[in-house]
Design a protein around this ligand. Structure first.
Ligand code: UT7
Length: 351
């Protein structure tokens, strides 16, 4: 069967480094708390006006396309994963197509938060396997710094996230080689969708808020808006997270979905050359490492430098590991993600 392979990869992080101590200017927090609970020391914030999720997507796409030995005109499909798009609609896919002056190819936006890149990769993989497309650009990019509550009220969420982007070009693998994407595994469970969510702007007319006897800013009359001054006054436009509950499910689902990928292909965790977990929290990655009995050199972490960049975290980590020479031909690499939804996913790749 036709397999897809990563022909080019790129990453980008903004120049502006924001340390834990820098955040103390805005909220009651400390370097000790953030380091101990998350492993994060610093993150990057995009230029306030000059950079957007799409412009960062463009940066990484140029690198990935060049490394694949292609030009933007060769790309025949775009899959763009983000939860922080330039506009509520249209999505970043078409903005990328416009910025890179690509042909009038299809552009698909994926909204699967922290699992977004693995979902996007899986979608692209299916198009390559069926022979429908030959050069697919898969992008994960986030400009979180524009959408976080930097007051003490939002500190459990805002200290975690950072900005950045990563991209790969997917192509059919050489039929004589055994390299490429071996399998992808996608899951969801919406039972607890609201414990890591941004409720507004949205069309829910506060059904969930009513059910949970929380503040209600909308009585459902014609003329009610999905975003109002009142909602903003009550910080309803920021992400909400019950961190400890997310943590508990994450440490269960990460090992599960990694083992699913390994078992499907007849491998054990000891066979892994490198695990690239979504960079959610260093404590989560360390827990997963212990659970699977992996050595330090089998797990890649860079959350210390970039924080959690959601859909961008896996392609950034994959690219950085590759640039550092930590991924070589023939290596068995597993990508694994868990996040809001909940959604979780993995991809096993023979490099
Ligand atoms: O990538 C998407 C998926 N997301 C995740 O995987 C996140 C999973 N969860 C986590 O990573 C952790 O739950 C957090 C890092 C978000 C929080 O760590 P925690 O150890 O679970 O802390 P907590 O939320 O239980 O809060 C403990 C205390 C609270 O104070 P009290 O009630 O004990 O007095 C918080 O108010 O820490 C306080 N706190 C902070 N203190 C200083 C919360 N955020 C901060 C902060 N600085 N930034």
């Amino acid at each position: 069967m036709l397999r897809s392979t990563i022909a080019g990869i790129g990453m980008y992080v903004p120049k502006n480094v924001v340390t834990n101590n820098d955040l103390k200017k805005y909220m009651d927090t400390s370097d000790e708390w953030i380091t101990e609970r998350t492993g994060i020391k610093e993150r990057r914030f995009a230029d306030r006006t000059g950079e957007t999720t799409t412009t960062m997507g463009v940066e990484v796409s140029k690198i990935a396309i060049e490394r694949a030995g292609l030009t933007p005109k060769d790309i025949d499909f775009i899959v763009f994963a983000t939860l922080s798009p330039d506009y509520y609609f249209p999505g970043c896919g078409v903005l990328l197509q416009r910025a890179m002056q690509m042909e009038n190819i299809g552009a698909l936006d994926v909204r699967n938060q922290c699992s977004g890149f693995v979902y996007a990769l899986s979608v692209a993989d299916q198009f390559i396997k069926t022979g429908m497309y030959k050069n697919i650009l898969v992008v994960g990019a986030e400009k979180h710094s524009f959408g976080l509550d930097f007051s003490t009220r939002g500190r459990n969420v805002s200290v975690i996230f950072g900005d950045g982007a990563g991209a790969v070009v997917l192509q059919p693998a050489d039929s004589s080689s055994d390299s490429g994407i071996l399998s992808t595994h996608l899951h969801s469970d919406g039972a607890n969708a609201e414990i890591l969510a941004m409720y507004n702007p949205g069309t829910h007319a506060n059904h969930w808020a009513k059910d949970h006897k929380l503040a209600d800013f909308n009585d459902g009359e014609i003329g009610d808006m999905f975003m109002s001054h009142e909602m903003i006054d009550h910080a309803q436009n920021f992400p909400n997270m019950d961190g400890p509950s997310v943590f508990k499910v994450a440490v269960e689902k990460f090992p599960e979905v990694i083992m699913e990928a390994l078992n499907k292909n007849g491998y054990q965790s000891s066979d892994l050359s490198l695990l690239i977990p979504h960079q959610a929290n260093l404590r989560i990655s360390q827990f997963v490492q212990r659970k699977l009995g992996l050595r330090d050199d089998q797990v890649y972490n860079n959350i210390q430098k970039y924080g959690n960049t959601t859909a961008a975290s896996i392609p950034i980590a994959l690219c950085e590991a590759w640039q550092e020479g930590k991924i070589k031909d023939g290596d068995l690499v597993c990508l694994a993600a868990f996040g809001s939804g909940f959604t979780w996913a993995s991809a096993l790749i023979k490099w």
